[in-house]
Design a protein around this ligand. Structure first.
Ligand SMILES: [Zn+2]
Ligand SMILES: [Zn+2]
Length: 153
């Protein structure tokens, strides 16, 4: 049984479709389903989380297709990739939030998000000084979360 269809903003569908066309790839039902399920997340997820979720929701998604499709979504600019300390990829879609930074736990790989207008302003200032045209800010702080510190780290 499938859950109710998610509605994805049409410009998102268009953007992915265009990317696929430009790369001579087809917008298959399976890819469309993946796109829908990805945009149903409002948090970070790993490829295997998505696989479990899609199966729970009644989709016959294959692991290989998910692993092949997520990088396409990253390249088309619809997904952002965050690599944790174990070199695992976590993903989040571009609509879920505005620019933010990540605290990444080296032990349990949990990801905490934060926003800071002061940091944003400072980064802009640094770019201006160097006449650097910023495309994307990627802020990550690696360390240990409060739960892992309780275990004596
Ligand atoms: Zn931790
Ligand atoms: Zn994030």
């Amino acid at each position: 049984m499938q859950e109710e269809k998610q509605t994805i903003p049409p410009q998102i569908v268009q953007r992915f479709n265009k990317y696929l066309q430009n790369n001579a790839l087809r917008f298959t039902t399976e890819r469309r389903n993946i796109l829908e399920q990805v945009f149903a997340y409002d948090d970070h997820f790993r490829a295997d989380d998505l696989l479990v979720r899609m199966r729970q929701n009644g989709y016959a998604a294959s692991r290989a297709t998910i692993y092949r499709t997520l990088p396409l979504l990253v390249k088309s600019g619809l997904l952002a990739e965050v690599i944790d300390a174990q070199k695992q990829s976590h993903y989040e879609h571009i609509h879920s939030q505005q620019e933010h930074a990540h605290l990444i736990c080296l032990r349990c790989s949990s990801i905490i998000e934060f926003e800071s207008p002061e940091i944003d302003a400072l980064q802009e200032e640094v770019c201006n000084i160097h006449q650097f045209k910023a495309v994307k800010y990627r802020n990550e702080i690696l360390g240990y979360c409060v739960e892992c510190q309780k275990d004596g780290i």
